[in-house]
Design a protein around this ligand. Structure first.
Ligand code: SF4
Length: 328
């Protein structure tokens, strides 16, 4: 059963400076579904719209970001909610944290540098639960213990902790209310490889213990390979390929996915990796036709004028590329 349904979502940054308007089409007609209890990955280069997509589906829409079109529906056991039509800010805040929760990029954007860690837990818990101080302390210490953290971190300031420890606390904050869905936005950014591994394992452990749904956004394909059940690959504001992780990694169908995978290091292969030529296009004025055509080694005439749509290939694999229509 789908816990999240996104249909034709268009989220643009619209700015007006010195009488000139500019529109960045960061998420442009994206549709997908996420099933209950699965780990759904969203991959792609920086600037392809991954983080904006997370903001839009978690209802964190503030100017200059605007939703131009589309639906974002949550199917919880007891109710269906369309987050974009929730006009009441209090209802949105109640939904976030308790039912959907975000592990953001960079722990310092969550933890206030001049407040002890305990204050951050108080803000989250007292906003959603009516508990006594004793109940608060029991709840937090149980959760910290389950994540391998000690109660003493509650008395520290963020600068007294390592980057890895701060990220663990951010994860603890995001999951203490046992949300139905966790969104993780590049949760391993700026961490060294060993700490990254620990953070990914921690997220996996929480997901297994709390039985929630996880949406993992990262450019790091190795995290997707190790963690996710299904994967969506984004390019220039659109999903270009979606399917189960095994089939995407073993037989990618979109030339962009192939390029991403070819750039990864491989065990036993010491030859130089090939990086994707060129750079992602500006989303203010994306190319006509297939947005990947200026970088595609298989470009055809029709690719320059027609936009491919995401077509199913069977087994839940979907690809937006004319090559799948026989290359005509
Ligand atoms: Fe390349 Fe054309 Fe496929 Fe786009 S539609 S990825 S340009 S072959």
């Amino acid at each position: 059963m789908a816990i999240l349904e996104v249909n034709n979502l268009k989220a643009y940054y619209v700015t007006h400076t010195f009488g000139r308007s500019s529109t960045v089409r960061a998420v442009d007609g994206v549709s997908f579904q996420v099933n209950k209890n699965e780990i759904y990955g969203i991959a792609g280069e920086s600037g392809c719209g991954k983080s904006t997509l997370l903001k839009a589906i978690s209802g964190l829409v503030k100017p200059p970001l605007q939703i131009l079109d589309g639906e974002v529906g949550y199917n919880f056991d007891d109710e269906r909610l369309d987050i974009l039509s929730l006009r009441d800010d209090r209802k949105r805040r109640k939904l976030r944290g308790a039912r959907i929760s975000l592990i953001p990029q960079g722990s310092m954007s969550v933890l206030n540098p001049v407040r002890r860690v305990r204050k951050a837990f108080e803000d989250v818990i007292y906003a959603h639960l009516d508990v006594s101080e004793k109940e608060f302390e029991e709840l937090v210490s149980r959760h910290l213990l389950a994540l391998g953290l000690d109660w003493t971190v509650m008395h520290t300031y963020p600068h007294q902790l390592s980057g890895g420890m701060r990220q663990r606390i951010t994860i603890a904050l995001s999951t203490i209310l046992r949300p139905d869905i966790i969104f993780a936005d590049e949760p391993t950014t700026a961490l060294d490889v060993v700490v990254q591994r620990g953070v990914v394992q921690l997220i996996k452990k929480i997901k297994e213990e709390q039985q929630n749904t996880l949406i993992m956004v990262t450019h790091d394909m190795s995290i997707h390979a190790n963690l996710c059940d299904r994967l969506a690959v984004m390019y220039a504001g659109e999903i270009v390929e979606e399917g189960d992780v095994q089939s995407i990694f073993s037989a990618p169908k979109h030339p962009y996915t192939t390029m991403l995978l070819d750039s990864l290091p491989k065990v036993g292969d010491s030859s130089a990796r090939v990086s994707a030529p060129g750079a992602p296009p500006s989303l203010v004025d994306p190319p006509e036709g297939c947005r990947f055509h200026p970088r595609c080694p298989h470009v055809m005439e029709r690719c320059r004028v027609e936009s491919p749509v995401l077509n199913g290939l069977g087994n839940g694999h979907r690809v937006a590329c004319f090559l799948q229509e026989g290359g005509k």
